[in-house]
Write a protein that binds this ligand. Structure first.
Ligand code: ZN
Length: 311
């Protein structure tokens, strides 16, 4: 147990307590989760796949990922961990055989009391949908690792445990998908300074005719918020968050995320989308946009090609 681990533990407890207080003010009834068999037999569009996890408790979410991978016959590795902070199981699916690894992560856990649709069932759904498309082939030289960490909501505990046990010496870049279902502009965040991998990400987005500071935003380190990529960044790997935001809210979002004190207070007052449903009982798939999810799939495919093309 390091001092850093204790810090994560305390911060998760404090933030969790504040958010639960905020949720109590405007609670809504959470719909029952979709029957698992119906989701497994259903469509693999990202919005449909969001219901694989939506509304389930964390044990149910973890089990649902396993069921989906097993039902599709997908080989995957399991990484169970237990520390004083919490316990869970992270899953990894490797596609391709290259020596260079691109990690795309989407945590499967959610804050208790929230259906966890945008955070983060939608991102898990995007990666599961992408997995079907990658079956047609990953460019030579690259291996795409789809990582589904547990316990992101406990200071990305699952990703920290993963990195501890899997030193990322072969990883060329990491994108952690968070809140990918609401909005019409992409945001790559925690991007301080340039790295070759960040260059690949930006040229991939430019290649899709997306315009910087409009269709997509590249922003620096965000206080308070964090995600699984930070476990890799701490190990020296270029690693960023990937989120979809409403274009019209870009200015309000910048003000929101870059003022940690105000953002903590705002969790009790007014938050711009997509943070208005973040960690609340209102985070349901009814708020998600199929176009946002499709845009993330398209962006990831372009990033894979671009990363493979430039060793
Ligand atoms: Zn999240």
């Amino acid at each position: 147990m390091s001092l850093r681990d204790v810090g994560f533990y305390l911060r998760a407890r404090v933030v969790g307590r504040l958010l639960r207080a905020a949720n109590r003010r405007r609670p809504v009834a959470v719909a029952a989760p979709a029957p698992l068999e119906a989701v497994l037999a259903g469509h693999d569009a990202p919005l449909a796949l969001t219901r694989l996890l939506e509304g389930r408790d964390n044990a149910g979410r973890e089990a649902a990922v396993v069921r989906w991978l097993e039902a599709r016959g997908v080989p995957f590795t399991r990484h169970a961990f237990a520390t004083f902070e919490g316990r869970g199981e992270t899953f990894a699916v490797d596609v391709g055989t290259g020596d260079r690894v691109l990690v795309l992560a989407a945590h499967h856990d959610a804050v208790p009391g929230s259906p966890g649709a945008n955070d983060n069932a939608a991102s898990v759904a995007v990666l599961l949908h992408l997995l079907g498309r990658l079956a047609r082939g990953v460019p030579a030289g690259l291996r795409v690792r789809l990582l589904f960490p547990a316990c992101e909501e406990l200071g990305y505990l699952g990703a920290r445990a993963w990195v501890r046990d899997h030193p990322p010496s072969d990883v060329v870049g990491v994108l952690s998908l968070e809140l990918c279902g609401v909005g019409d502009a992409l945001a790559v965040w925690d991007a301080e300074g340039t790295t070759p991998f960040l260059g690949r990400v930006c040229s991939a987005l430019a290649g899709l005719d997306l315009r910087p500071d409009d269709d997509y935003h590249v922003v620096g380190r965000i206080p308070v918020f964090g995600s699984d990529h930070r476990a890799f960044a701490a190990a020296g790997v270029p690693a960023y968050g990937l989120t979809v935001v409403p274009r019209a809210e870009a200015a309000a979002l910048r003000a929101f995320v870059f003022n940690p004190i105000r953002s903590t207070l705002n969790t009790l007052i007014r938050r711009p989308p997509p943070f208005d449903t973040y960690h609340t009982s209102r985070d349901s798939s009814a708020t998600l946009s199929p176009a946002a999810l499709a845009a993330v799939v398209t962006a990831l495919e372009a990033i894979i090609v671009e990363t493979a093309a430039h060793p």
